[in-house]
Design a protein around this ligand. Sequence first.
Ligand SMILES: Cc1ncc(COP(=O)(O)O)c(C=O)c1O
Length: 324
Amino acid sequence: MTKSSHAEGPSARQEIESGIVFFRGRLMDIRDATVSIATHALNYGTGCFEGIRAYWNAEDGELYILKGHAHYERFLRSAKILKIQVPYTVSELMDWTRAVLAANAFRQDVYIRPLAFKGAAAIKVALSGMRDEVGILATPMGDYVATDGLKATVSNWVRIADNMIPSRAKVTGAYINAALASDDAAMDGYDEAIMLSEDGQVAEASSSNLFMVRDGTLVTSPVTADILEGVTRQAVFQLARDLGWPLVERPIDRTELYVADEVFLAGTGVQIAGVTEIDHRTIGSGKMGPITAKLQEVYFQAVRGRDARYREWLTPVYGKEGHE
Ligand SMILES: Cc1ncc(COP(=O)(O)O)c(C=O)c1O
């Protein structure tokens, strides 16, 4: 694994002030892509979104969108749950995404943010009969968190339950829950927050899915544990299968994390990131474990188009259409 495999670019805190975006059915300058302060989604959080990465490969002179189709399939599922009409198919959304990236002439790692929301300038708290809007923006972005050893804490903010705000939908307003947890963790000197569900079992981290390794088996919480059904989580399943490693989906107790051999996070933003300390307990040897390191190595090769086995995960922006 080379350091250059990680995403490179500005921090996720950097404000996005320029660029070409997709909004209201066409490409436009981001400064023109504005909404009223009366917008329903701004007032009530009635939107859904995606986070997709595209990785630059300098040797190929190519920008690869990672698992774009899987992200847009989840985007449409989220929209369905929130009764948001998205008048585009997955492949049309991919075409617009490629158009946005090409219009910005990006030759670096970028983060793509599709957004669908209740755009009506109306007061009524409802989902049906509200005008919807769809946009896609993209911005250069590096690693979201360090990938080689995070200090995490189990948050006392409880992960939203599916029958409060649907967990498997990527709902804009639901990220208040994640922001409360991750902000408190950061203020207390941790890199990340791990969230438990109402029944006290491990759900996921604030913006990624969680895996642990116990006695050579990878373990992750099931999709019924109030998690977001992660695209990277599925990628880890495939990598583990290809590496011949056993993987089970089952509930995880809080204290299993403390005694696990390895813990890592998986998500578009965090990529694959080792956790080396939780609630002041050292995980494994206190360094990133061998299983996490191997997964990271294969993942970072795959996302930049350097491993033919995973070429189908990628859609090139400038060259021929991919397969994923
Ligand atoms: C709450 C939450 N869980 C899990 C994930 C991981 O999902 P994915 O791998 O699809 O990015 C994310 C987003 O990155 C998230 O925000």
